[in-house]
Design a binder for this molecule. Structure first.
Ligand code: GLP
Length: 240
């Protein structure tokens, strides 16, 4: 792991954008894994600005998102499909057919999850996977568990995740389950760019970087990745 502690989330967005920009310049048809949440929004804005100015293009890029809520129409304001389009895809020159998110409304969940992992493989695998972290150490929607997950799967969300994410939903409207890339899917990426900002992530960051590798802190698996760049701001690093 390469750990970069920077003063502000804005600085992180610029440095992380440099990594994605360098990849797409080197390999215009690269495959990116993207993440949702408040954390990556600055990075998406930075990348969209660079695309608008002509510095980079996503026209041959393929993307796979980490996760999606179950039983929520894609048109819902809180679906990750909507989030990604509003915050990023509608602002860049990516082709819609190259954009992939798990389908939280798939009828045959198992077949869909298998097909999602196959599609990643058939696209050539993930060149860079972007990650944030939940306050309980989850990555994607891999919640603390007895074992590390493997491929994409359906997960029941924990109370702590429901509490954190329900601020976006009307009362009791927050879905209780989601589809997420598994830990093996995430770890198969050639490179991982991880971002955590703010004091509320400090405990998860401490456990992930300084604790032992355990499925009870899913993000701790990144200690074992061959090329993970860990961006944290001063606030998120405050318990290290
Ligand atoms: C959700 C997503 C995660 C994300 C986490 C943290 O649970 N599934 O991928 O990392 O939220 O989000 P935020 O950046 O808003 O703190």
């Amino acid at each position: 792991m390469r750990i970069r502690i920077l003063d502000t989330p804005e600085q992180i967005a610029k440095e992380a954008a440099d990594i994605f920009a360098a990849e797409v310049k080197k390999k215009p048809d690269c495959v990116f894994g993207f993440a949702t949440g408040a954390t990556p929004v600055l990075l998406y804005t930075e990348l969209a600005d660079r695309c608008k100015s002509g510095d980079i293009s996503f026209k041959d890029v393929t993307t796979f998102n980490l996760d999606e809520y179950c039983d929520l129409p894609v048109s819902d304001k809180n679906s990750y499909y909507t989030f990604m389009h509003e915050n990023f895809f509608n602002k860049i020159d990516i082709k819609e057919e190259n954009v992939h998110l798990p389908d939280g409304n798939a009828k045959d969940v198992e077949a869909h999850c298998k097909a999602y992992d196959e599609a990643i493989k058939n696209a050539g695998g993930l060149d860079i996977q972007l990650l944030g972290v939940g306050t309980n150490g989850h990555i994607g929607f891999n919640e603390p568990a007895k074992e590390f997950s493997k491929g994409t799967f359906k997960v029941e969300l924990t109370e702590s995740t429901i509490k954190s994410n329900s601020i976006y939903f009307d009362e009791n409207q927050m879905p209780r389950s989601a589809l997420t890339m598994g830990i093996d899917t995430i770890m198969s990426a050639e490179k991982i760019v991880f971002i955590a900002t703010g004091e509320n992530k400090a405990d998860a960051v401490r456990k992930m970087l300084q604790g032992k590798v355990t499925p009870l802190v899913p993000a701790s698996i990144l200690q074992k990745h061959k090329d993970a760049v860990i961006f944290i701001d001063k606030a998120a690093a405050s318990m290290l």
